[in-house]
Design a protein. Structure first.
Length: 123
């Protein structure tokens, strides 16, 4: 079974590679981590990828003027661009008083995974 990447956070294991790795048995964890990073990373925060990230936390400061449709399309376009292996089945965004809840239902067809990512973001 091939290893795809190292598992985050890095933990020394004493195996030949030195760190725990991500393979098909824990690929759902890796996809969740990648999707979470896409949604939470501010554009310009990641070196050499100035357009990477949704920067969802900045939407918490927009009071009641949040353009949820814009946020919805930004999340979907970032996932299509940076995680094309994840097919989004449903995306729900709810906001109330500087609190945002994002429920993302997705699947990874290549390894037959269906998951739900639930992000609860508060100030």
């Amino acid at each position: 079974m091939p290893d795809y990447t190292v598992k985050w956070p890095l933990e020394f294991t004493g195996q030949s590679s030195g760190f725990d790795s991500v393979n098909e048995t824990i690929i759902a964890e890796m996809v969740n981590f990648n999707l979470k990073n896409i949604i939470l990373t501010e554009p310009g925060e990641r070196l050499f990828y100035p357009n990477f990230g949704v920067g969802v936390k900045r939407y918490l400061f927009e009071q009641n003027n949040v353009d949820v449709e814009n946020l919805h399309s930004r999340i979907l376009s970032q996932i299509r661009l940076y995680a094309p292996y994840a097919v989004v089945r449903d995306l729900e965004i709810s906001m109330k008083d500087h609190h945002m809840n994002i429920i993302l239902k997705y699947e990874v067809k290549k390894v037959n995974i269906s998951e739900i990512l639930n992000l609860d973001i508060r100030l």
